[in-house]
Design a protein around this ligand. Structure first.
Ligand SMILES: Nc1ncnc2c1ncn2[C@@H]1O[C@H](COP(=O)(O)OP(=O)(O)O)[C@@H](O)[C@H]1O
Ligand SMILES: [Mg+2]
Length: 272
């Protein structure tokens, strides 16, 4: 374990991000309060924290989808604002186009960008279908797919423009336990193949420990970094690793940190 902060030369750096939501009635919610997260190239970072602590808000800020009220975002030491193709977002809800097949959902973004010639886009689409394990389902429509398969399409779509950074907001949160475990393993296999930088938000501690190089444990709202936990477990990680004593010890440690935060969040709610 270490205390918040280290600064990579290359990679993503969110520095002191603050976000305050103003309601129309004039009240304000401080969702994030000077939060800093760094991810070096190829690192897998997980972010856990109590419900409502600002995890999604943080990811939206890093994606450039909402404006910051304080702090800055840096990529390779250079300031970035707004969205960019080097950052792709995967939400919990896949929101696929229901009238398009798996193949056409995956190629849709590439068609919109029109930067690729048809043949390259076609090859890329086929490679992505294989990568996410959807061969055989390419002519299916979203309504004909399971939740896990829909999330695979979503992942393929996010990977299509070759982003450097994947921002994932509880992507497996709506899946049943077995599908969720399968998707975690597959995500690791894909990540080990081309080592994108991943920021993965989850409220599932086991998922965070299994996937990540480092876990940022956030405090109750307003979100701050409570602790950064290094996950020194060897890779590749087979699913059985979740039963190892080293694994469960890290899990317990993070669980205790979050217990304190949940208690604090409940007290704040009673006080409000
Ligand atoms: N668009 C918004 N307008 C107003 N308040 C918001 C908005 N988005 C999030 N919030 C508030 O900010 C806080 C953090 O929300 P969120 O980032 O969704 O938390 P988490 O993802 O950790 O559950 C919550 O109190 C939530 O109600
Ligand atoms: Mg959320």
């Amino acid at each position: 374990m270490n205390t918040p902060q280290c600064t990579p030369n290359r990679g993503l750096e969110a520095r002191g991000i603050t976000k305050i939501f103003q309601s129309r009635r004039g009240s304000a919610t401080r969702a994030l309060d000077g939060i800093s997260v760094t991810a070096a190239d190829g690192e897998f970072i997980a972010i856990v924290g109590p419900s409502g602590c600002g995890k999604s808000t943080l990811l939206h800020c890093i994606a450039g989808l909402i404006e910051l009220d304080g702090g800055s975002l840096l990529l390779d030491g250079r300031k970035i604002t707004g969205p960019g193709e080097e950052r792709a977002v995967v939400f919990q809800d896949p929101s696929l186009l229901p009238w398009r097949t798996v193949r056409d959902n995956i190629s849709f973004g590439m068609e919109l960008r029109r930067k690729l010639d048809r043949e390259t886009a076609r090859e890329r689409t086929e490679a992505l279908i294989d990568l996410v394990g959807l061969r055989g389902f390419e002519t299916h429509y979203p309504s004909e797919l399971s939740g896990g398969m829909r999330q695979r399409v979503n992942l393929a779509r996010a990977l299509a423009p070759h982003p450097r950074i994947l921002l994932m907001d509880e992507p497996f949160g709506a899946l049943d336990a077995q599908t969720r475990e399968a998707m975690q393993s597959e995500l690791l296999t894909i990540w080990e193949r081309d080592r994108k930088t991943v920021l993965f938000v989850t409220h599932d501690i086991e998922e965070a420990v299994y996937l990540a190089d480092r876990v940022y444990v956030l405090s109750a709202r307003p979100g701050r970094v409570q602790q950064i936990v290094d996950i020194d477990l060897k890779r590749p990680r087979p699913p059985e690793i979740k039963r190892d004593s080293a694994f469960t010890a890290i899990e317990l440690n993070i669980w205790k940190l979050l217990q304190n935060q949940n208690a604090k969040a409940m007290n704040d709610e009673h006080a409000a």
